[in-house]
Design a protein around this ligand. Sequence first.
Ligand code: CA
Length: 222
Amino acid sequence: MRVLLVEDDPMIAEAVRTALLQDGHAADLVGDGMAATTALRTSRFDIVLLDLGLPRKDGLGVLREMRARHDATPVIILTARDDVPSRIAGLDSGADDYLVKPFDLDELAARMRSAMRRSTGRSSPVIEHGAIRLDPATHEVSLDGQPVNLSAREYAVLEALLQRPGMVLSRAALEDRLYGFGGTIESNAVEVYIHALRRKLGADTIRTQRGAGYFIPRTPES
Ligand code: CA
């Protein structure tokens, strides 16, 4: 997933960012509310982790502006403010969930999975699509019940495509999911991952929409 982390405390920011990268996410970090709004207006993220007490514009302001312009990206508030009124204000302003600092990084990962499930309209944590089964909690993928070994980036591409069957994702959108801001991207990286996924999961699994990108066809159940 591509994650926007909005946090002005450098120690917390670095700890969370490291955990996200280890979990195979692309994580972009901004340290104030104005920078967060700019990032949200110019890039697409799968989820936002938002501190409330921020320089230049507070987190609630960032969140209210997002929802006012119909940006429905899931938002989890991360804050030291554990009093009930600010929790309620966050949820009423359109946050999907709320974590009080200090929080456990495994719990954050679980809440991110849960928020993503809700935002993509899935009730089950495991994605099953035809013969493919993908478990976002463990990053395990199987085909017809047989485990399939994927690299972290192959997994990220597959997860992105499986979250919205039938939807075409451009190469640029997939690169964003893999690298975030400022990552070094080899020009054919996405093609290499798609090629590997087709080899491991079957040539027809991922289709190319010429000039537009890649998609996984919907199944009757999806
Ligand atoms: Ca703060």
